[in-house]
Design a binder for this molecule. Structure first.
Ligand code: ADP
Length: 174
C-alpha cells in the first residue's frame, strides 16, 4: 500500500491519529482551516493553545484533538508569501519536517496535512505542492515508523497541484 496519498476533503473529518493545522504564530485560532479545526475540536483546544506561548513560523507544537476524531493536532504556522525572497520556501519545508518529527516523537502513525500557506498566506500552490511532496516523500523514505500521510485538499485545483507534484517527484526518483 502507498504510504502517501492525496485526497479532496475536509481535514476536520480525518480519522488519522493526528491532523496538522495551518496555524498562525499566536496559535489562538484564525480563519480558513485553522478556524474549522478550532470549531470542530471545541473550546478546550483554544484553552490548551493559550498555554503554549505561540509558535514561530516553520516550527510545530502539539495538542490533544478533543472533539476531533484525531487524537492530536500538530500546529504549524506557515510562511506568508512575500514574493519569494524572504526564505518562504525553506520555512514551508520546515513546517513539514518539524510536523513529521513531532508526530514521530508521539508515536503517531497516521497523519493528515492541509495545504499549508496556500490560502490566506498566498503561497503559490504549485511551488507549495512541490515542497510538500518532496519533504513528505523524502521523510517517509528514511522514517519507517510513520505508516501513512494523507494530503487533504479542500478543492480540485489544489488536489491537482499536489497530484502533479507527486507525479514529477516520482518521475525524478525512479
Ligand atoms: P494559510 O493561512 O496557511 O494560507 P488557510 O487556512 O487560509 O491557511 O488555507 C490553507 C489551505 O487550507 C487552503 O487550500 C484552503 O482552501 C484549505 N482549507 C480551508 N479549510 C479547510 C478544511 N476544512 N480542510 C482542509 N483544507 C482546508
Amino acid at each position: 500500500m502507498e504510504r502517501f496519498s492525496i485526497i479532496k476533503g475536509d481535514i476536520v473529518k480525518a480519522k488519522t491519529d493526528a491532523i496538522v493545522n495551518a496555524a498562525n504564530t499566536s496559535l489562538l485560532g484564525g480563519g480558513g482551516v485553522d478556524g474549522a479545526i478550532h470549531r470542530a475540536a471545541g473550546k478546550e483546544l483554544l484553552a490548551e493553545c493559550e498555554t503554549l506561548g505561540g509558535c514561530k513560523t516553520g516550527e510545530a507544537k502539539i495538542t490533544k484533538g478533543y472533539k476531533l476524531k484525531a487524537k492530536f493536532v500538530i500546529h504549524t504556522p506557515g510562511p506568508i508569501w512575500r514574493g519569494g525572497k524572504w526564505d518562504e520556501e525553506s520555512l514551508l519545508a520546515n513546517c513539514y519536517q518539524n510536523s513529521l518529527q513531532l508526530a514521530e516523537q508521539y508515536d503517531i502513525q497516521t497523519i493528515a496535512f492541509p495545504s499549508i500557506s496556500t490560502g490566506v498566506y498566498r503561497f503559490p500552490v504549485g511551488l507549495a505542492a512541490e515542497i510538500a511532496v518532496r519533504e513528505i516523500m523524502s521523510y517517509l523514505e528514511v522514517h519507517p515508523k510513520i505508516q501513512n500521510v494523507v494530503m487533504v485538499c479542500f478543492d480540485d485545483d489544489t488536489k491537482l497541484a499536489y497530484q502533479n507534484a507527486l507525479e514529477q517527484y516520482q518521475k525524478a526518483h525512479t
